[in-house]
Ligand binder design. Structure first.
Ligand SMILES: C[S@@+](CC[C@H](N)C(=O)[O-])C[C@H]1O[C@@H](n2cnc3c(N)ncnc32)[C@H](O)[C@@H]1O
Ligand SMILES: [Zn+2]
Length: 295
């Protein structure tokens, strides 16, 4: 957990105070805390940093996990997720060659092209929401346009509620360190984000809308924390319309795992209801990559 990111985060209990570093037990590097305690400057609630990950998940948040959510909490699933499944998944689902690098190029191009010009100097705070192994956070960090001054620095926060996924993300970050752009890992609930109102400058979210238990609550939470005009680039899976077999497989997946599939118009309506406007959309088979703007 990068020390520089902590003060940009907000309390998940009172939503009024910023977090601050309360105590450090072990430093991982001179800039990163391995074990320590953070606290809310307003209500005083404390939250631990364990194994380099800030833990902001409240005790009842994991009470209602669907089967798909629960599988992400198993270490072997987290271990194989990116290298065995994620690398191939979009090509399989879109029915055309679609590597992770092509996906990251597309998501990053949409994201950076719609960032509003900075109104004032200061840190830009970006979120990889429901990050699993932080593929999008790493992709954004590699493609971030260089910033000229330290006054215009960037922090990337990668959030998931599954500890084994965050541990895998950490292993990947250790092997490919992004020295110039800090990526910090946080365990939290997508429907209760650790940011104060209007303080987040952009979000990317790959494939997770389909998996959230309460997607509309997550979208509303995003509009609370995003600054007006900030981009939200999402990759979601659409309801299959072309083949009976695909539709049958999707409804079997929905019924057993809790993963939901919607049509593109339904997704547009969900975002519009939450307070987003669609800037750009690319539909590749059943994969939709969409660029939203918080109003
Ligand atoms: C399909 S994976 C997407 C992973 C990643 N975004 C990517 O592009 O590879 C969905 C992730 O969402 C996480 N997740 C599901 N519900 C969540 C919630 N309410 N809060 C935080 N993370 C959640 C799961 O643990 C899982 O890692
Ligand atoms: Zn608080």
């Amino acid at each position: 957990m990068h020390n520089s990111a902590i003060a940009h985060l907000g309390c998940v209990i009172c939503h009024r105070g910023a977090l601050r570093l309360h105590a450090v037990i072990h430093w991982q590097t001179s800039a990163e805390v391995q074990t320590g305690i953070t606290s809310c400057a307003y209500c005083g609630a404390t939250f631990p940093i364990r194994e380099g990950i800030l833990d902001l998940l409240l005790p009842d948040s994991l009470a209602q996990l669907n089967l798909a959510n629960r599988s992400n909490h198993l270490a072997p699933i987290a271990w194989g997720y990116e290298d065995l499944w994620r690398r191939r998944s979009l090509a399989l689902l879109s029915g055309r060659p679609f590597s992770n690098e092509q996906e990251l190029d597309l998501v990053s191009r949409m994201f950076f092209s719609s960032l509003p010009p900075p109104a004032q100097e200061g840190t830009k705070l970006f979120l990889d929401l429901a990050c699993s192994t932080a593929l999008y956070a790493r992709g954004l960090a590699r493609r971030l346009p260089p910033t000229s001054t330290t006054a215009n620095s960037t922090e990337i926060i990668a959030i998931d509620n599954a500890w084994p996924m965050l541990k895998m993300a950490q292993a990947k970050l250790t092997h490919q360190p992004y020295d110039t752009i800090p990526i910090s890992l946080v365990r939290a609930d997508a429907a209760n984000l650790p940011f104060l109102k209007g303080t987040l400058h952009g979000v990317v979210c790959g494939g997770s809308l389909n998996e959230f238990n309460h997607p509309q609550a997550v979208l509303q939470e995003l509009t609370r924390v995003l600054s007006p005009g900030a981009p939200a680039v999402t990759m979601s899976l659409l309801q299959a319309s072309s083949s009976m077999l695909q539709s049958w497989v999707q409804s079997a997946i929905s019924n057993t795992s809790g993963i939901k599939f919607w049509t593109a118009p339904k997704i547009r309506q969900m975002f519009q209801n939450a307070g987003f406007r669609l800037l750009e959309e690319q539909i590749l088979g059943i994969v939709a990559v969409q660029n939203w703007q918080a109003l």
